[in-house]
Design a binder for this molecule. Structure first.
Ligand SMILES: [Zn+2]
Length: 120
């Protein structure tokens, strides 16, 4: 069980509570799946983006390989951000969604750098 802040009154409440005991604001659970998906995709995206960056730096094999992989793995980062934002819009409080958005953004930035390096 973790404590979260009520989006309405800001007081600390249990994340297991169905509604805020202070102001009665119902806790929406709808965005949970998206938050978890965002985190998982963000982690996968980051794990795969680093080798691609190294590949682009070392000019390993042909530059087209790093470019292709960067474009491919960026899907994880983009989906991670989309799911994280979707979860946020559905009123999800989970920190997983923020972590997912951050990791997804890192993935996109790292892969964008990889693409630029592989083109240069
Ligand atoms: Zn409240």
């Amino acid at each position: 069980m973790a404590l979260i802040n009520c989006i309405e009154c800001g007081k600390e409440i249990s994340d297991k509570a169905k509604s805020c005991p202070h102001c009665g604001m119902p806790l929406k659970k709808k965005g949970r799946g998206f938050a978890i998906a965002s985190l998982v995709l963000g982690i996968i995206g980051c794990v795969y983006s680093l080798p691609v960056l190294l590949m682009a730096f070392k000019k390993f094999e042909s530059t087209g390989v790093a470019f292709g992989r960067a474009m491919y793995f960026m899907i994880f980062g983009v989906l991670s951000v989309i799911f994280g934002v979707n979860s946020h819009l559905r009123g999800c409080h989970l920190k997983k969604k923020t972590a997912g958005i951050v990791l997804g953004t890192i993935n996109i930035v790292v892969l964008s750098i990889s693409i630029i390096i592989s083109i240069l």
